[in-house]
Write a protein that binds this ligand. Structure first.
Ligand code: FAD
Ligand code: SF4
Length: 510
């Protein structure tokens, strides 16, 4: 039966059972489309990264005897939407059956479900064979529960997949070494740089320019730093194991102006496009740990395992459990606009300036910059979660809705009222000063709350707690903060609230 199989841009999984061997009756289609480049304004490196990886994947398949139909963005027969392109291909090639892998985005899942209903030929969907868990496994795990605690799910995953376990006990005698993952980096440990990939993106960049796709951010065509093939992703993983894993846990929450990524793996783009799987990564890291056990502490390895086996699978499961309502949640009733400096980096606040400029230059920022700098400021200034989502979904090369929205709307903005995070991730300047060197050269004084030089995060923090008392004061994890707020003299609080309001009204002046 003549079959057409769709491969989406984030389904570049050569280990999928579709690719055991070529079959002359099966054609695969890979489609660059305005539908995917235009639903939000994306970072130029994200568009280049996706298209370059899709092209490399399609070429690899063709070289190995698979029939591949590839639409480049400027091809004259490219209809630019998924359903129009599929219908054209089905007609042109007299296709008798259409098959696809389950998308990870709700938007595409619905589009394909609806499309298949209209087809006169057979259709079938397959699992993407990428994650540890199936789409609904987390929902089953939390069935009848009122709270969806990540730690409970993570322990279940460790047991189920026998990861860092000895019989039924966690290696190292505890499940979680989070407490030892909070060191400030002072430049002592060296971080050898990764050998750059030699991917020529000149032609692709010209094509994107010609197509008229609107993008954001910067790109240096001589230093495009994302892996675009499985081989490159594996080389990045090897570099992580050999050079970074040894300090991963220690400096997980650290930030520094000289080292943008510190000991983070930067594997998220390769993972989210499925060039490499979470199982590939975990087994490589655990093998490496077995060999180097004397040199690497368990806290470093557990910290990393928790991100991939815990947080990543958890976010995906929560997304499928809570969509589509999740996308509309705004429990804290925030209404403000995102400051313009999020798109330019033009602010005197050094922590924001650095985190945003890195994001514009690289299409990447590590977790704590996303959570405790840009996310923190957006929440303290009470920005509408739609605005925050659009920024995160556009600016990061690894941003795909299932993992972006759960982290942004949920973990960072508390717009789900605590389904993902048990308390809002907000802080004053002192946390930022504790974990980074940003405050050293900042225009503002991190020790001051009010006055022209007072760190904006300080007044905003107490103002936020006061403004959101009705939503947060009963949260047991916020009790201590509300006790502290209640001890602040009324006049001091009023002065801070005045300054906070000034910042909220005109953030671009700060
Ligand atoms: P490492 O620190 O080396 O961690 C290893 C891997 O663990 C990552 O590659 C990632 O796959 C996984 N991981 C770590 N933390 C998380 C998490 N909270 N949720 C899911 N997976 C995690 N991650 C994305 O992949 N796409 C996004 O669009 C995205 N948006 C985010 C938005 C906000 C507001 C926040 C706070 C976090 C977001 N994250 C997102 C999670 C995390 O910041 C990135 O996965 C991480 O920074 C990627 O860099 P890395 O590969 O060096 O990660
Ligand atoms: Fe950021 Fe405040 Fe520190 Fe400046 S002083 S870097 S604004 S936390």
């Amino acid at each position: 039966m003549k079959t057409l199989r769709l491969i989406l841009g984030d389904q570049l999984n050569i280990k999928h059972s579709w690719f055991i061997q070529p079959d002359e009756n099966i054609s695969y289609c890979v489609l660059e489309m305005r539908q995917e480049t235009d639903y939000v304004k994306h970072h130029i490196q994200k568009v280049v990264g996706f298209f370059a990886s899709m092209r490399a994947f399609a070429k690899g398949l063709s070289d190995n005897g698979y029939t591949v139909i590839y639409y480049e963005i400027n091809d004259s027969n490219n209809k630019q939407t998924l359903t129009q392109n599929l219908s054209q291909l089905i007609d042109e090639h007299a296709i008798e059956k259409f098959e696809y892998q389950l998308p990870d985005e709700y938007r595409l899942d619905q589009q394909l479900l609806e499309y298949c209903k209209t087809l006169a030929i057979q259709s079938k969907s397959y699992d993407s064979e990428h994650f540890y868990t199936s789409r609904n496994e987390l929902a089953d795990f939390f069935k009848d529960k009122k709270q969806f605690i990540m730690e409970n799910f993570y322990r279940h995953m460790r047991k189920k997949h026998d990861i860092l376990m000895t019989l039924d006990q966690p290696d190292g005698g505890q499940w979680n070494f989070d407490q030892s993952n909070r060191k400030k980096w002072k430049g002592k440990e060296t971080i050898p740089s990764h050998k750059a990939f030699k991917n020529d993106i000149t032609t692709l960049l010209d094509e994107i320019k010609l197509s008229g796709i609107e993008t954001l951010g910067n790109i240096d065509k001589n230093h495009f730093d994302y892996p675009i093939t499985r081989k490159q992703a594996i080389s990045q993983l090897k570099y992580f194991c050999e050079e970074l894993l040894v300090h991963f846990g220690d400096y997980q929450d650290a930030m520094h102006t000289d080292e943008i990524n510190l000991f983070h793996s930067r594997l998220s783009f390769a993972l989210n496009t499925k060039m490499i799987s979470p199982k590939d990564i975990i087994s490589t890291v655990l093998n490496y740990y077995q060999i180097k056990k004397e040199a690497i502490q368990i806290s470093q390895v557990e910290g990393f395992v928790r991100q991939i086996v815990g947080w990543r699978e958890y976010m995906r499961g929560m997304y499928w459990m809570l969509m589509p309502t999740y996308k509309t949640l705004n429990d804290l009733e925030n209404i403000n606009e995102l400051p313009n400096f999020y798109w330019t980096g033009n602010t005197k606040m050094n922590c924001l300036k650095n985190s945003i400029q890195n994001s514009l230059d690289h299409g990447h920022a590590h977790h704590i910059q996303r959570l405790m700098i840009t996310g923190n400021f957006a929440l303290l200034t009470q920005v509408h979660p739609d605005e925050v989502d659009a920024w995160y979904l556009g600016i990061y090369a690894d941003a795909i809705e299932w993992v972006q929205i759960t982290n942004t709307r949920g973990m960072s903005q508390f717009a789900d009222g605590g389904k993902i995070a048990t308390k809002p991730y907000v802080s004053s300047g002192s946390y930022i000063n504790k974990m980074s060197n940003y405050c050293t050269n900042c225009h503002y004084n991190v020790k001051e709350r009010i006055g022209e030089n007072g760190c904006p995060f300080n007044s905003l923090y107490w103002n936020f707690l006061d403004d959101k008392r009705q939503y947060l004061a009963t949260n047991y994890r916020m009790r201590m903060m509300y006790n502290l707020l209640d001890k602040i003299p009324v006049e001091d609080l009023n002065n801070m609230k005045k300054r906070a309001q000034k910042i909220i009204n005109n953030p671009d002046e700060f």
